[in-house]
Design a protein around this ligand. Structure first.
Ligand code: MLT
Length: 273
């Protein structure tokens, strides 16, 4: 994968697919996954679009800290840092046009932050199995426990915790196994850095009514992590948004129902003003 260097010296890996001059579609994967989540959808974009597929800080091929630095000593892990990485990636690609942001779960939290930081660079939002609210105190405490777990037992322990809630009952074992491997292969310090950032993320609920750009919301009908009721509430708060509830999918919708996902996404992109 090609690499850009962010302003704090992090080598950020990314891929691009589709028309080299196409309008940018920035795909943001969830935690603790990688840009592979979008393999199928990115290969099926309509003409005139280019997929930009970063491995977010601490995930996939992107390390959690610049060379010589320790992610565990970062005083300020944040979704803001993750959103600024994306602005710097677009800058490095020479991309000044506003981008469509497609954010899965954690990627959605980052998309909200990107929209707040760079409204003029945000053309449309696609919110996939995500939520607007911040962590409750209980959820933030659970992340502290996960940080201890991942640093003691490795990322495989987090993969085992998450796996039972990620997929719909009908998902094949091969799909579960594949993603178990991706999660287990994550850098434990990257997982810990990200858990700290997620626990401190701001509440995006007040942002929802201010979103006046085309917005598509996806949710898996069987999603337990960000259930359909959560997606419906976001839909009601974002003026003019579209909600798509996909049967036969849970939290990993883009890989559980890749055809349905790519079809609706392509239709949405093709209709953008
Ligand atoms: C994700 O899928 O990105 C995570 O479940 C998000 C989270 O832990 O809040």
């Amino acid at each position: 994968m090609p690499i850009i260097t962010t302003s704090d010296g992090l080598p950020l890996s990314y891929a691009t697919r589709g028309d080299a001059d196409g309008a940018p579609v920035l795909f943001l994967h969830g935690f603790p996954l990688s840009s592979q989540l979008w393999d199928d959808a990115a290969g099926r974009l309509p003409q005139g679009f280019r997929a930009v597929l970063p491995d977010l800080r601490g995930h996939g091929a992107t390390p959690p800290a610049p060379p010589g630095k320790d992610a565990l000593e970062d005083p300020d892990p944040s979704v803001s840092r993750l959103a600024r990485d994306l602005g710097e990636l677009l800058d490095a690609l020479g991309e000044r046009r506003p981008a469509v942001l497609v954010g899965h779960s954690m990627g959605g939290y980052i998309a909200f932050e990107f929209f707040r930081l760079f409204p003029e660079r945000t053309r449309a939002l696609v919110l996939v199995c995500t939520r607007a609210n911040a962590d409750t105190e209980e959820a933030a405490r659970a992340r502290q426990i996960q940080i201890h777990t991942v640093l003691r037992d490795g990322s495989v322990a987090i993969a085992e915790q998450m796996l039972p809630r990620l997929f719909a009952s009908s998902a094949p074992d091969s799909l579960r196994e594949h993603w178990r491997g991706v999660m287990a292969g994550s850098d434990p310090r990257g997982v810990a850095w990200t858990l700290r950032a997620l626990a401190r993320r701001p509440d995006s609920t007040p942002t929802l009514p201010t979103i006046r750009i085309p917005t598509l919301i996806f949710v898996g009908a069987e999603d337990q992590i960000t259930p359909p009721a959560v997606a419906r509430a976001m839909h009601e708060s974002i003026p003019g948004s579209r909600l798509e509830v996909v049967p036969g999918a849970a939290h990993m919708l883009p890989v559980e129902q890749p055809h349905a996902f790519a079809t609706v996404l392509s239709e949405f992109l093709s209709q953008l003003p």
